[in-house]
Design a protein around this ligand. Structure first.
Ligand SMILES: [Zn+2]
Length: 326
């Protein structure tokens, strides 16, 4: 397997002390270089899912362990070596010495939801195995919930896939694209939302919906995401004219675009755009500009975890308070 891919897996999936058994099992498989290749042929199937998460209690235990780890010191009475037991009939755990309660679902996407945890876990599972996204209609059908509930759940799950900033280095490709709008619109770019993107070859992608694709939006976006020593490939669009002042920069002109010129090409980021657009068109049809960033994040998340079992990564984020997902 490619060294970059291993590094990427190690970075994202490095096991932590807070990991539950379920998460740990997957992470250790990923973390170990010898097992890394196995992961490519191994998938987390619906059979695995049914075995690992048969009921709401197991799901709640998973969120608890994911959030608090093997907690053995009570934050209230300070007893070391205490045990937190499940409070019967309630979604919380209590210290065996003082009764102090921990609520693992508080401030997570599951907070105050009347939908069973197994349905939530299944919805997250569907997002994790899908290549093209999951429409609310599909969730409605699979879970037997109302469209309104399905729609809200989908939005919450999508919020788990927020992007981090920065961290790209080496040779990167930057490009802009336009998404949405009415097909019959007279002007080509009318009603379309510009999206800026940059990808590290063999690494991660970042993409951001913007108010206009021009030098004054593209430069801050690239500064935010690409290390100073990064070398940026772009097309000959005016958007990137000022880049040379800050970065190594090479340009592919329009006539060379199809095949590139040696290492000068932008096919990686263009491939990402076309995959994302196909998915948005096919699964979500029209996306309002207001929510477009959430959909873009979803495809960025999938791209960055390509070749990796996505489910544990999503569960880990789902077990965190919404404010601290990244
Ligand atoms: Zn206590």
């Amino acid at each position: 397997m490619h060294d970059n891919a291993i590094l990427r897996i190690v970075k994202i999936m490095q096991p932590t002390l807070n990991d539950s058994y379920v998460i740990n099992r997957h992470k250790y498989l990923l973390y170990n270089k010898y097992f890394a290749t196995i992961m490519y042929s191994m998938r987390y199937t619906i059979k695995d899912f049914r075995r690992d998460f048969p009921n709401d209690d197991v799901c709640l235990d998973t969120v608890f362990k994911e959030r608090y780890g093997d907690i053995d010191t009570c934050p209230s009475c300070g007893v070391i070596g205490t045990h937190f037991y499940r409070v019967k009939g309630r979604k919380c755990y209590a210290c065996e010495w003082c009764g102090y309660q921990l609520h693992p679902l508080a401030e997570t996407i599951f907070h105050k939801s009347s939908t069973p945890l197994t349905s939530w876990f299944y919805a997250i599972y569907l997002f994790s195995v899908s290549k093209n996204g999951v429409a609310a209609k599909e969730l409605e059908r699979h879970l037997g919930v109302t469209y309104k509930t399905a729609h809200l759940m989908a939005r919450q799950i999508r919020s788990l896939m927020a992007q981090a900033d920065g961290g790209l280095s080496g040779t990167v490709e930057a490009d802009e694209t336009y998404i949405g709008g009415h097909r019959r619109s007279t002007a080509r770019w009318e009603n379309k939302s510009p999206v800026l993107g940059v990808v590290e070859r063999g690494g991660e992608v970042r993409a951001k919906v913007t108010i206009g694709a021009n030098a004054s939006t593209a430069l801050p976006f690239l500064r935010n995401n690409v290390e100073k020593d990064g070398f940026i490939m772009t097309d000959d669009s005016k958007v990137y004219h000022r880049l040379k002042r800050e970065y190594g920069h090479d340009v592919i002109n329009h006539s060379e675009k199809k095949y590139g010129r040696g290492i000068v090409y932008t096919n990686t980021i263009e491939g990402f755009w076309s995959q994302m657009k196909r998915s948005i068109d096919g699964t979500y049809h029209a996306v309002s500009p207001k929510y477009l960033q959430l959909y873009v994040n979803e495809f960025v998340f999938r791209y960055n975890l390509r070749g990796v079992v996505v489910y544990p990564a999503l569960l880990e984020r789902a077990s965190k308070p919404v404010e601290s997902i990244l």
